[in-house]
Design a protein around this ligand. Structure first.
Ligand code: SF4
Ligand code: SF4
Length: 325
């Protein structure tokens, strides 16, 4: 089934004859969407919202900084500063999803604690286009790319950081094809750098059996495996509390949200996020740490849906650092 694929990359990782499954599946989706006008119904709502409001949730663009103002956070924007060292690309999940808003607040706390010269785009930021492209809506994807590149061209910055592996992948690997060349760094690597430079000194007070879930778009698609583990290791009171999942790193098991599946349900068989959460529970972990906006939503939903929310904390690497500064 064409729409069930999460573009997790597991098949391409294992394929002995190097078949490129994901590009073939995405091409077929493009045909269904652009030539036959047949995206999945639910996904179509998010695509229309992205076209109209610049985000798949369909919230007003004017509220893109509400997550910060509601929390009383003062945030510099690029419109005010024009030139900064670091642009923090918040992404639609960080801006609008309640669980991810907490992660965005943690990233800001970290940037301020480390005295990083940073700013956000605020209302000028639009969806990076990841879900649109994976869902075959190439026209919408390219519209978003050109809009964002045009916005970014007005300002000067050395580095773009983002907590979302989907934004990270799209900005760093796909924007260059359209003339958008940026030094994009995932927040796991940026936080590790700040720790290495001694600019952050979190307390080593995480005293639970804890594991890390590899996001496909961070791990398999971009080979970032060590940085999030190193960041997690920086707050463990006892390193032996870390549990590696059986399916981890390049063999990781997707949470189920990639490939645009965040925006439509496939009700056949068991929910992928529940399967992954059961693997996490079976490992003996009492807490799971992620570094992906979509993984956070999927694993958090799974823990709640399975009645495990009180026994299994799901946190982002930025949160475990920020709350120990
Ligand atoms: S879901 Fe993953 S393993 Fe299955 S076809 Fe898509 S990319 Fe391949
Ligand atoms: S949401 Fe996370 S696990 Fe799922 S495809 Fe994206 S990166 Fe992979």
């Amino acid at each position: 089934e064409l729409w069930a694929c999460t573009t997790c990359g597991a098949c391409m990782e294992e394929c002995p004859v190097l078949i490129d499954h994901i590009p073939a599946i995405t091409d077929m989706r493009r045909h269904l969407v652009l030539s036959e006008g047949k995206p999945p119904d639910q996904a179509n709502e998010s695509l229309e919202a992205t076209l109209k409001d610049g985000n798949p949730w369909g919230y007003p663009k004017a509220e893109r900084l509400k997550w910060a103002t509601d929390a009383g956070l003062e945030l510099p924007t690029l419109a005010e500063k024009k030139t900064v060292d670091v642009l923090y690309w918040v992404g639609c999940a960080g801006a609008y999803d309640p669980r991810n808003q907490g992660i965005a607040q943690s990233v800001v706390k970290i940037l301020k604690a480390a005295k990083v010269d940073f700013a956000v785009l605020g209302k000028e930021e639009s969806c990076s286009g990841d879900s649109a492209r994976r869902l075959g809506e190439e026209y919408l994807f390219e519209t978003l790319v050109h809009e964002n590149i045009s916005t970014l061209s007005k300002y000067k910055f050395n580095t773009v950081i983002t907590a979302c592996p989907h934004c990270f992948h799209t900005l760093s690997n796909e924007y260059p094809d359209f003339g958008g060349n940026y030094n994009v760094v995932h927040h796991s690597e940026f936080i590790q750098q700040l720790l290495d430079e001694g600019r952050l000194n979190p307390e080593k007070t995480l005293a639970k059996k804890v594991t890390y879930h590899d996001a496909c778009y961070l791990g398999r698609h971009n080979d970032i495996y060590d940085a999030p583990r190193n960041v997690l290791g920086a707050v463990l009171s006892d390193e032996s509390d870390y549990i590696e999942l059986e399916q981890s790193k390049s063999s990781s098991f997707c949470c189920g949200a990639g490939g645009g599946n965040m925006w439509h349900e496939d009700n056949r068989g068991e929910m992928v996020n529940n399967v992954r959460m059961q693997q996490i529970i079976d490992s003996g972990a009492e807490q799971v740490v992620t570094a992906c906006s979509f993984c956070m939503i999927m694993l958090d939903d799974a823990a709640k849906g399975m009645g495990k929310a009180d026994d299994m904390a799901v946190q982002d690497i930025a949160e475990i650092i920020a709350e120990r500064l």
